[in-house]
Ligand binder design. Structure first.
Ligand SMILES: NC(=O)c1ccc[n+]([C@@H]2O[C@H](COP(=O)([O-])OP(=O)(O)OC[C@H]3O[C@@H](n4cnc5c(N)ncnc54)[C@H](OP(=O)(O)O)[C@@H]3O)[C@@H](O)[C@H]2O)c1
Length: 273
C-alpha cells in the first residue's frame, strides 16, 4: 500500500535512515514525499539527500509546512527541545514518535491538537525486519492508525498495543536484537574455543538462528513444542539445554527484559515529565 502526502523526519539518524530506506524500497512513497531535518550534522543530512533523493532542511517550520505526517526520530533526552520547537506548528497533523519512554500524554500536551502515535520499532528496520509496536493517542482514528501501520510495515512487522505495554515491548523487541547479537557472539566464541575457525562458527551460528526463526514463523507450534521435538532423552541437545538451564538461562532473559522495561520507565521519568 502506498501513502499519499509527505512524511517529514525530525531526526535524521540511524532509525530515520532505516525507515527512509524501507519506505523507498517498498515503494510506499517516492523520494519527493520524504523530508528530513536534524540538529546540526550537515554531512548526515546531505548524505540522505544524495543517497535517497529526499528533501532536507534545517528549518522545522519548512519541514512541517511540507509534511502531512511527522516522525520524531530523536533520542529521548532531545525530545524536550524538539517538542518546544514544534509547539504551535503541528496542529492537526499526525505525529509519530519512535523515542523510547516518552509518554503520549507528554507528546500530546506539548503538541496541542496534533494527533499522536507512539511507535517502538527496532534496529532490524535497517533490513526491513523490524518488530514494531504502535500505541495510539486520544484523538487517533482508524485512518491514522492504518497510515502508521503502512509506514512501519515498510520496515517489518507491526502490532498495536495499549501504551502501558510499550515499556515491555521496548524490553523485549526494542532492545531484543542486542540480546540475540549477544547469543550469537557467545555461540561463535564457544565454537572457536572448541576448535572451529571463527568465520565458520559465525556462519553456522547465524544460519542456526535464521533457520530456527523461520521454523517458528512457518509453523503454528509454540517454541516449547519445537524444542521438545528436537530434544531426545539422553541426546546431545538435552545435554546442551541442561547446561543452559543450570546456569539460569530463562531467568537471565526474564531479568534482561524486565530491567530494560524498567529503564524505559526511568527514561519517561527523566525526559518525559
Ligand atoms: N536505533 C534503534 O535501534 C532504535 C530502536 C527503537 C527506537 N529507537 C528510537 O529512535 C530514536 C532515534 O534513535 P537513533 O538510533 O536514530 O538516534 P541517532 O542516530 O542518534 O539520531 C538522532 C537524531 O536526532 C537528531 N536531533 C537531536 N536533537 C534534535 C533537534 N533538536 N532537532 C532536530 N533533530 C535533532 C540528531 O541530529 P544531529 O545528528 O544533527 O545531532 C540525529 O539526527 C531514539 O529515541 C530511540 O529510542 C531507536
Amino acid at each position: 500500500m502506498s501513502v499519499t502526502g509527505v512524511i517529514g523526519f525530525v531526526g535524521a539518524g540511524n532509525m530515520a535512515a532505516a525507515m527512509i530506506r524501507g519506505l523507498l524500497s517498498e515503494r510506499v512513497v517516492e523520494p519527493d514525499q520524504l523530508w528530513a531535518t536534524n540538529r546540526s550534522n550537515d554531512v548526515r543530512l546531505q548524505g540522505l539527500r544524495e543517497r535517497y533523493g529526499v528533501s532536507v532542511t534545517r528549518s522545522k517550520r519548512e519541514l512541517v509546512d511540507a509534511s502531512s505526517v511527522l516522525i520524531l526520530a530523536v533520542k529521548p533526552r532531545d525530545m524536550g527541545d524538539v517538542l518546544a520547537e514544534l509547539a504551535g506548528l503541528v496542529s492537526g497533523r499526525l505525529v509519530i514518535s519512535v523515542a523510547a519512554g516518552i509518554p503520549l500524554r507528554t507528546l500530546e500536551s506539548a503538541l496541542g491538537d496534533a494527533v499522536v502515535i507512539r511507535a517502538m520499532p527496532n534496529t532490524s528496520a535497517a533490513v526491513q525486519e523490524s518488530a514494531t509496536a504502535l500505541a495510539a493517542g486520544a484523538s487517533v482514528t482508524d485512518a491514522h492508525l492504518a497510515m502508521a501501520e503502512t509506514i512501519f510495515r515498510a520496515v517489518g512487522d507491526v502490532i498495536t498495543v495499549d501504551e502501558e505495554l510499550l515499556d515491555v515491548v521496548t524490553g523485549l523487541s526494542g532492545s531484543g536484537p542486542a540480546y540475540v547479537y549477544r547469543l550469537i557472539e557467545a555461540m561463535i566464541h564457544a565454537g572457536t574455543e572448541l576448535g572451529l575457525e571463527a568465520p565458520l562458527a559465525r556462519r553456522l551460528a547465524i544460519q542456526t538462528l535464521v533457520g530456527a526463526a523461520r521454523m517458528l514463523e512457518e509453523s503454528s507450534e509454540d517454541p516449547g513444542e519445537l524444542r521438545r521435538r528436537v530434544t531426545s532423552p539422553g541426546g546431545t541437545t538435552m545435554a546442551g539445554l541442561r547446561a543452559l538451564e543450570d546456569r539460569g538461562f530463562a531467568s537471565a532473559i526474564r531479568e534482561a527484559i524486565g530491567r530494560a522495561a524498567m529503564r524505559a520507565r526511568e527514561l519517561a521519568d527523566e525526559f518525559g515529565g
